[in-house]
Ligand binder design. Structure first.
Ligand code: AQP
Length: 347
């Protein structure tokens, strides 16, 4: 029986506008979990600077992403909402965990390979150790559950490996500190669930929908207005065949699979049911229905984000300031103990 009470931690990068993938892959679970768990939701600005960010843009994006969190339904009365850089414990623990993690482990991370591209020598060192900072984000709160999209699975496994290795490396100190089961850092459980854990680009069904895709047509931003949402869905890439009537017929048709998955997730229905309704028909009919559904679900969120950006910036900043203080209050004693275990405290 673990001595850790359940605690949720997750974050998104302020590297641009949040999009449908962030919403379906992570945010819907975040919103649900705040009703049942203690939740800490972070705007991970320190992760953002692993690739170059213009300071003016970064400042704006931190506010915008926080406004999006609130517009989607995160409630600062229920959850702690803050930006990572305001809690120095993240950086301090990341350093300690950099000394626990092994080069070979990080060398296997596929996200680094994708983001660094061909010229690995030119990537920042921060981009390489991005997963150890992510481990520090989670372990620094003794978080037990981490709701993320499918793309973060490998990083979560690494965080679990780092937790286990720290507990082993410092087993003697942990036992001497009276932690009876020898577990100082719990192994966080990935929570990768829901109807759309991997939403793909609207322009290429084999690529993840992403903030940093140069084509804005590739994604539905939460801030897009109704006309833009409808236009992007009309222009979404499809193949010439009609939609299949059975799920098996989606195999090898990534764009059709993605669009039916998006419809199902937004409608709260199964893919089978969506194909039962639209299978056999032309894509254009299905796309019109999908556009109406996406507008109904996303346009109100976009309008609320814009309202907050223009009229409620002070509220957004206050949410971050309060959240940072509450986050620090949890992380500080865990870091104090970590310093003792590592041998930094002399008496
Ligand atoms: N396409 C996606 N489908 C499902 N989930 C997704 N997530 C991101 N894209 C998809 C989930 O959203 C959360 C926050 O992601 P992030 O902002 O930390 O960074 P990311 O995963 O790198 O997202 P992007 O959009 O691809 O940003 P850039 O382009 O800046 O790298 C995570 O839980 C993620 O799984």
């Amino acid at each position: 029986m673990s001595h850790f009470s359940p605690r949720v931690f997750s974050g998104m990068q302020p590297t641009g506008n949040l999009h449908l993938g962030n919403y379906l892959g992570a945010m819907l679970n975040w919103i649900a979990m705040q009703e049942t768990h203690e939740c800490i939701y972070c705007v991970v600005d320190m992760h953002a600077i692993t690739v170059w960010q213009d300071p003016k843009e970064l400042r704006r994006a931190i506010v915008d992403v926080t406004a999006a969190y609130l517009a989607c339904g995160l409630d600062p009365k229920k959850s702690i909402i803050f930006n990572q850089s305001q809690v120095a414990e993240h950086a301090e623990l990341a350093w300690i965990l950099n000394c626990v993690a092994r080069m070979g482990w990080l060398n296997r991370m596929t996200q680094f390979k994708e983001k660094a591209g061909k010229d690995k020598e030119a990537a920042s060192v921060g981009l390489f150790v991005y997963p150890t900072l992510m481990a520090a984000d989670i372990l620094g709160y003794h978080a037990t559950h981490v709701p993320v999209g499918e793309d973060q699975k490998q990083h979560l496994e690494l965080a679990r490996d780092i937790a286990v290795k720290f507990n082993n490396d410092y087993a003697e100190a942990i036992a001497a500190a009276g932690i009876n089961d020898g577990v100082f850092f719990p192994s966080p459980e990935p929570f990768i669930t829901g109807p759309a854990t991997r939403v793909m680009s609207l322009r290429d069904g084999t690529k993840k929908m992403s903030k940093s895709d140069p084509s804005d047509l590739s994604r539905l931003n939460l801030i897009d207005d109704a006309d833009t949402i409808a236009k992007k869905i009309r222009k979404a890439k499809t193949d010439p065949e009609p939609l299949p009537t059975e799920k098996a017929g989606l195999k090898g048709r990534p764009e059709a699979e993605n669009l039916t998955g998006i419809y199902a997730a937004l409608a709260g229905e199964s893919v089978e049911k969506v194909l039962g309704q639209y299978g056999g028909g032309q894509f254009s009919v299905f796309k019109n229905a999908l556009a109406d559904l996406a507008v109904a679900k996303l346009a109100p969120i976009g309008a609320e984000i814009k309202r907050m950006q223009h009229d409620d910036r002070a509220h957004v900043e206050k949410v971050l300031a309060d959240g940072s203080a509450r986050a620090r209050a949890i992380a500080a004693p865990i870091l104090r103990k970590t310093r003792e275990l590592v041998g930094f405290v002399l008496s």
